[in-house]
Each structure stands twice: as C-alpha cells, then as structure tokens.
Design a protein around this ligand. Structure first.
Ligand code: ATP
Length: 316
C-alpha cells in the first residue's frame, strides 16, 4: 500500500503548501525630524518609529498568476493592479530570488488609507514576508529589508517592528533597545486621508515663508524618555516636524488634538503626515476613556485604542 504523501514540518513552517497568513502593524513616529530636501527629492529624516497594535492581514495561497483581492479599509478605492505596493513587493521578491511571482493574495485591511500610519508600506512588508514563506525562498529579515528599502522609506521598519531609529530618508533602521514597556495609545482616524508628498511640500512652503516651527533636532530626549518607562516623561518628548503642515492643510485637526488632551491624554500629536492623530495615555483604562470621549465629541471618524511596541510583519 502506498502511504499518502504529507508535507513535513519544515514545509509547513515555510508555508510551502499555503495558505500563509501574515499580520503586519501600523506605525507611528514618536519623533519625526524632517531635515533639508535632498537632491534626490527626499527629505533627510531623523525619526523614531514605533509599531502599534492596529493590523492589516495578508493571506497568500499558491496560484497560476499573481492576483490580489481585498476587504476592509479602502476596499473599492484602492487599486489592486500593478500600482499596489503588495503587487510591487511580490514582483521585487520574485525578481531578487529568481522565482515566478505566482500567488493568490488577499488583504484584510484595518489600517486606514493615506492616514499617516504607513498602511501601504505595512502591506508591502507583509507581502515580502508572506511570499518568502509561500515560495520557500527563505530570505533573512535583513535581506527582506534590503528589498523593502526600494519599495518605500517606511517598508524596512515594518519588516522589523518594535521601536527603531530611522535615518537617511527613513529606510536605514536600527532597533532601539530598551527594557520592554507597553505604551498605551489612542488613535483618532479622520474621514478623509492626506497625501504624504503634499504634506512635505506644505512643510517646504512654510519653511520658505519662515512660518514653520523650529525643527525638532536630535532624538536624544525621546530615547532617554523611552528608557525611563514613565508615560509622563515620554509625553514631553514626542514631536513631529510635519505637524504644522498637516494642521495647515487640515485645520480641524487642532480640534481633535485639543479634544484628546481635554479627555486626559498626556500628549497628542499628528501621526506622520496625518491626518491620524495619536494620543499617549497613562494606562489602558485611561486610553479606553479617551477613545470613548473622542468618538462622542465627533472630532474623528473613529477612535481606536492600541499598544506598542509590537513585532513587525510575521507569519501566524
Ligand atoms: P505614510 O505614512 O507611509 O506616508 P500613509 O499611511 O499616509 O503613508 P498609505 O495608506 O500607506 O498612506 O498609502 C498612501 C498611498 O499609497 C495610497 O493613497 C495609495 O495610492 C498607495 N498605495 C499603494 N498600495 C497600497 C496599499 N496596499 N495600501 C495602501 N495604500 C497603497
């Protein structure tokens, strides 16, 4: 009698017989220092990334072509063709590894579109990790991060997650090593997104006009605060050079920030290029109260609680 052939443990781990499910977090910038515009069109950044517990999920199955479907945030709005970062990431990995880019991919999206939470970059990181497992290409995280850097400045960070320093245009990532602490956040999501390139252009305009705030400079105070593990200390060091630009483009965000602080947040700031606002809470119960108050104040589409840091794109 011939025994039915079964995949072994190694095949299962690699996901060689799919489906492979990858969860990837959103990011906030605890410090987003924007330096001068470089000759390549990017700004020099000095940032501290922090991965929080709002997740997209990407499922990868074997297929005869490369196809993407989705549900959730942005469904019906987000193009699923070659312009989607998931498809671009799959092609990039296949090209690097010398395999055919064949997979059926399904995205369950909870990270809002154009929200300043790097949802597209998160999806690209998820696609690299998922396809690597599906195709059994077995690349290291550092190799995946190398491919990720060509897809977008935030993509390498989302391969690693945690809390990390980002330099260059944000693609050069090094982990911030501190004793584990869980920080509690409230994430206020707006009705309509903001374009990241438009926010950088607005900052350049404000700086040329001499009306931008003083640049943040070094991350030292923030890194010191992370080590102290006291949310009141961390609250005093959060900052974002793009916040003035986001507020100039969307003045109503000032009301969101005020409402969060009135509800008891230790600090509030615009996340990345906005329009999402994030608030640091003293503890989990306080975060729940702030989220409820922000929702009832009508200053955002939705307020969610989250914690961080969390791991980057991971199978399982
Ligand atoms: P960031 O914080 O990195 O600047 P963001 O959170 O403001 O980004 P995203 O949701 O990442 O904004 O996407 C910005 C644009 O990227 C979208 O409007 C869309 O045109 C494009 N894009 C391509 N692929 C994706 C994807 N899988 N998910 C979201 N956006 C995508």
């Amino acid at each position: 009698m011939t025994e039915a052939w079964r995949p072994d443990d190694e095949d299962e781990r690699r996901g060689a017989f799919g489906p492979v499910r990858v969860r990837v977090p959103a990011k906030v910038n605890l410090h987003l220092g924007v330096g001068p515009l470089r000759r390549d069109g990017y700004h020099e950044l000095n940032t501290v990334y922090h991965a929080i517990s709002i997740y997209d999920e990407l499922t990868a199955r074997r297929g005869d072509t490369l196809a993407l479907t989705m549900e959730g945030e942005g469904a019906g709005e987000l193009a699923l063709d070659d312009s989607n970062l998931i498809i671009r990431a799959a092609h990039a990995l296949a090209g690097y590894a010398g395999v055919l880019p064949h997979a059926r991919l399904h995205l369950r999206k909870q990270i809002p579109l154009a929200g300043g939470l790097a949802g597209g970059s998160a999806d690209a990181a998820a696609a690299l990790v998922a396809c690597d497992a599906l195709w059994g290409t077995g690349l290291s995280r550092d190799e995946l991060a190398g491919i990720a850097a060509d897809l977008g400045s935030d993509v390498p960070f989302l391969i690693y997650g945690g809390t990390a320093l980002g330099t260059g245009r944000g693609e050069a990532v090094s982990p911030v090593l501190v004793r584990p602490t869980s920080w509690h956040w409230v994430v206020a999501i707006a009705d309509v997104g903001l374009s990241t390139p438009a926010a950088y252009r607005e900052l350049d305009r404000l700086r040329d006009a001499g009306t931008a705030g003083a640049p943040l400079g070094s991350t030292d105070a923030l890194l010191g605060a992370l080590r102290q593990r006291d949310p009141r200390v961390l609250a005093r060091t959060l900052g974002n050079d793009l916040q003035d630009a986001a507020l100039a483009m969307r003045p109503a965000l000032a009301d969101t920030l005020k409402a969060g602080e009135a509800a008891g947040a230790l600090a509030g700031l615009v996340s990345g290029s906005g329009p999402t606002c994030v608030f640091l809470a003293a503890d989990a119960a306080s975060a729940e109260r702030i989220a409820a108050e922000l929702t009832s104040a009508g200053v955002c589409r939705e307020a969610r609680v989250a914690h961080g840091p969390v791991a980057g794109a991971r199978v399982g």
